[in-house]
Design a protein around this ligand. Structure first.
Ligand SMILES: [Zn+2]
Length: 147
């Protein structure tokens, strides 16, 4: 329960508001966007495909290593190897998911049809429905832009 358990209810609420910013910040999302150099908003098809293919190579390489070498290890070593594989593969796949997630923001390329095609294929591979995610995620993002 922590220190809050020793306080009465009014002291606890006051303590919470003392540490939580309740006022609107003196800047908006437009100010944050202006602070980012304009070249950061340029989309590069070659750079996007480079990262997509690089991450796919990492995923398949890690899978190959696990499928061909970890299975050969004896039990004490597998207790270390499998968690290392899960952590490594999970980290790489989060990066891959992030690239595909950018397709929904139309930041993968200048071509919306290509973004949707790449997004649909790779979101489907990770069992995430692309278009419903894209529209609901954009709605959340637009709500954040109001503030
Ligand atoms: Zn997003």
């Amino acid at each position: 329960m922590g220190a809050g358990g020793r306080m009465n209810e009014s002291e606890t609420k006051r303590d919470v508001f003392k540490h939580v910013p309740v006022e609107k910040p003196p800047f908006g999302i437009a100010d944050v966007k202006k602070a980012i150099p304009p070249h950061c908003f340029n989309r590069s098809l070659s750079t996007s495909f480079y990262y997509l293919i690089r991450d796919l190579c990492f995923v398949f390489s890690l899978y190959y290593i696990a499928n061909n070498y970890i299975l050969l290890l004896s039990p004490p070593f597998t207790y270390i190897a499998w968690p290392l594989y899960w952590f490594s593969q999970g980290s790489v796949m989060v990066g891959l998911w992030n690239i595909v997630h950018d397709c929904g923001h139309h930041s993968f390329s200048e071509y919306p049809l290509l973004d949707d095609t790449i997004g649909l294929i790779f979101h489907s591979l990770v069992l995430t429905p692309y278009f419903s995610f894209k529209y609901s995620h954009r709605t959340q993002f637009n709500i954040l832009e109001i503030f």
